[in-house]
Design a protein around this ligand. Sequence first.
Ligand code: GLN
Length: 546
Amino acid sequence: MTKHVFVTGGVVSSLGKGLTAASLGRLLKCRGLSVTMQKLDPYLNVDPGTMNPFEHGELFVTEDGGETDLDLGHYERFIDENLSRKSNATTGSIYSQVLANERSGEYLGKTVQVIPHITDEIQRRIMSLAGEDVDVVITEVGGTVGDIEILPFLEAIRQVRLRVGRENVFYVHVTLVPFVGPSGEQKTKPTQHSVTELRSRGIQPDAIVCRSPEPLDDHLRSKISNLCDVELRGVVNLPDVGSLYEIPPMLHREGLDEQVCRQLGLDGRPVDLDEWNELVERVAQAQRVVRVGIIGKYIDLPDAYLSVVEALKHAGFDQGARAVIEWISAEEVPRHIEEGTLRSLDGIVIPGGFGERGIPGKIAASAFARENNIPCLGLCLGLQVMVIDYARNVLGLEDANSSEFDPMCANPVIDLMEAQRDVTDKGGTMRLGSYPAVLEADSEVARLYGSLEVSERHRHRWEVNPNYHDALSDGSLRLSGRSPSGELVEFIELATHPFWVATQGHPEFKSRPTRPAPLFVGLMEAARHRADGRAPRLIDLEAVDA
Ligand code: GLN
């Protein structure tokens, strides 16, 4: 029987509810349990695919091409499992389904209502993740208790307890215990109010995770226990920590996983946190600062590139280095080149994106990195601008461009493939999710992956134009990885450069703290070399065995 843990949030948003849920997931996995996770989002967008990254942060792509909330990235990185599009449900997607059912007559003429139709659909989504091979589903309810939009979700998770039995459900409530006043007194009142609100919806939390700047004292713990009617051991303190990787061990010391297991009758094995503790140790020891510039369009909201930043950190830990991110606005690249900022960097990432803004700056950054031996990694749009830079500045095709930015250009080195050209509904034409690639045996990318058959997640429409493959690969540029049919370019690299590599995919989505993404490791390896002040190095590439 699959057990369910529900995580709700109180008092304010941005308390780290997702990280708390993900950390609990990791702890349960470390007890040998199979865990999957889900995020229920109260907003009305059908999925986050069309949401502005300026506003909502990164869009996280799953293996099966789901365009999901960035919290799924935290889940995957912490529990080290691939999730699917089923792991993210929004109010919009739930209503769409119910309305479609209504149109097709499924409700047999009944009045369609929030209760039971919407709440049933929410439960169907939750239950769809349960199964024989899943011990625990952890479901995070987005938003804050007290929000109007959250009510159907609270009602649904209350009903799940009735459906599957009390002994199979555990409710965690994450709240804030602020310091107030000149003397910095810790206040429990907001937590009490939030729990009262939750109880008014019929949900009594089994554990309260108290977020606070400093650890809670014992007196406060008993006060919260007493007033919120939660066992003392259910009052879990999670003060601010230096690195987010410290959260799982901290929750474990506070006994959260033990309480969940005891109450749910999950006699798991003892927690094996060795791998995670090694990671925490590696993080603490990674002191060598390596400065990597992200040439971005959405730099005012760094969450827009969350997985890229995480992947850089993971690769840093692997290289004993601490990745320090320098945010460079693509539009200001010329100034940064002039002032020497770009030259002072140890490495550069040109990340993914849409639309024309900032493109000249990205092309200039690619050229500067190429000409000055600065390690440079291009991701998706990054690959496209690096190809444009090469075509213009090395091959001399001055008007080379992407037809995304100049539909009339004479040399569209980046173009839509035939099948996509006539489709007017752009939403349906993206190459989304995991796609395989075949690498050339003696390439830098094959060395880094240690394999010739790889796959990465995608989210884009434009491709390197097959009409230019020959011209592009005539000199020092290598099209070192392609789709199995050979038609699509998946990886490029420059043979005469320490690291100038790009991919049409988004390897950042598959990077895990304990298993960094190979291309990011390659970038950090070369960037660390540069940070150490050593001369640019060219690696002798030997053929990787298939
Ligand atoms: N705009 C480009 C395309 O659609 C790149 C997309 C991206 O970087 N994710 O192909």
